[in-house]
Design a protein around this ligand. Structure first.
Ligand code: PMV
Length: 355
């Protein structure tokens, strides 16, 4: 008897939000308290690559992360993704005219790795969980649309739902209690605004601080500023940001991006006890970008910073300004060491380290 093993490999990119997701209204289903919007970065520079094998001869589901086996028995979020994709596969098997391989009943072995140093302190959960769900969908030959897959990835890690699409992506919070309308939609494809580039400045490559899960939970429970943000700030920003992207209006894009990053970190400070993600170098980069923007002869913004749940800066700017920005950062932070592993500079994104 031949041993049946089916193997599929896929990659998924990293996304960096310009309107931040911070807060869950339902922790089990990962339903957010506000809409969010992100830019998906080029897969050439940063991605998660996942290989999944399914076989009736495997004894149970297993995961290897960057070459090391992880215990996933208590990993609810991964099991959410397995359960949802297997249920869709089962439907397919039950409704098919010809008999299909009963893949929905086979245990899987998952191997996932990032092509960027995990030590870089960059969030890898979004690309990792997006790669998991996309690879499962391919393994099971699911005819499911990308937005429907994003709904499953959302239950792996909230921000992962946005990594199913390239370009500019909105996560619509939805209004239903079952999460059926909480999914990602593409606002514009990656080809829409090729002049826009992202520079990643690795300020601190250690993984520490408050996890996003725990941080959000405490913010929702204690921050009055979050309630104001949800009600009075994000809806208007979502409308203005979508328009700015469609118009390739960097001025509006940059202003909203910086204001939203600042409000996210203000909401962290408003949490009790407070959460600090930025450090002195992060704040110095914020000041530097504002001073750089102040030198603009026509008063138009030349760059925008944004920070997630950590001290590392992501700087969005039109391609023509990137060289100047890198020179500026290296002048003010002489230890700055930019790593350009793919030799794409000045065309591609540049990962900087040891600022
Ligand atoms: O999806 P999570 O739990 O890793 O949360 C991500 C939260 C932020 O990165 C801070 C913001 C965002 O929208 O990506």
């Amino acid at each position: 008897n031949a041993i049946m093993v089916k193997v599929v490999t896929c990659t998924a990119p990293v996304n960096i939000a310009v309107i931040k997701y911070w807060g869950k209204r339902n922790a089990a289903l990962i339903l957010p308290t506000n809409d969010s919007l992100s830019v998906t970065l080029s897969q050439d520079i940063l991605h998660s690559k996942t290989t999944i094998a399914a076989s009736p001869d495997f004894s149970h589901d297993r995961l290897w992360l960057n070459g090391k086996e992880e215990d996933i028995t208590k990993n609810k979020r991964m099991h959410n993704c397995f359960r949802e994709t297997r249920a869709l596969r089962k439907q397919l098997e039950d409704s098919s005219a010809e008999p299909l391989e009963p893949l929905s009943t086979y245990p899987v072995h998952v191997c996932s790795e990032n092509n960027f140093p995990t030590a870089a302190g960059l969030a890898s959960s979004a690309s990792g969980l997006a790669a998991l769900v996309f690879t499962l969908a391919r393994l099971f030959d699911l005819p499911t649309s990308t937005s429907d897959l994003s709904r499953i990835a959302r239950q792996g890690s909230g921000s992962a739902c946005r990594s199913l699409f390239g370009g500019f992506v909105a996560w619509e919070m939805g209004s239903r209690d079952d999460g059926a309308d909480s999914l990602a939609v593409q606002v514009a494809p990656e080809t829409h605004w090729p002049e826009l580039q992202a520079l990643i400045c690795v300020v601190d490559d250690a993984k520490k601080g408050t996890s996003s899960t725990e941080g959000m939970q405490n913010t929702v429970a204690t921050s009055p500023l979050l309630q104001h943000r949800i009600r009075d700030v994000v809806p208007e920003r979502m409308r203005d940001m979508k328009k700015a992207i469609l118009d390739r209006d960097f001025q509006t894009f940059a202003e909203i991006t910086m204001r939203d990053s600042n409000q996210f970190h203000a909401v962290c400070l408003d949490t009790f006890p407070p959460i600090f993600y930025l450090n002195d170098v992060s704040r110095a980069i914020i000041r530097l970008i504002h001073e750089y923007n102040a030198t603009s002869p026509d008063g138009r913004l030349k760059a925008a910073y944004t920070y997630d749940a950590g001290p590392n800066a992501v700087i969005y700017a039109p391609k023509q300004n990137m060289k100047e920005i890198i020179h500026l950062i290296t002048r003010y932070f002489p230890g700055a060491d930019f790593v350009d592993p793919y030799n794409f500079f000045p065309e591609g994104e540049v990962v900087g380290s040891n600022l």
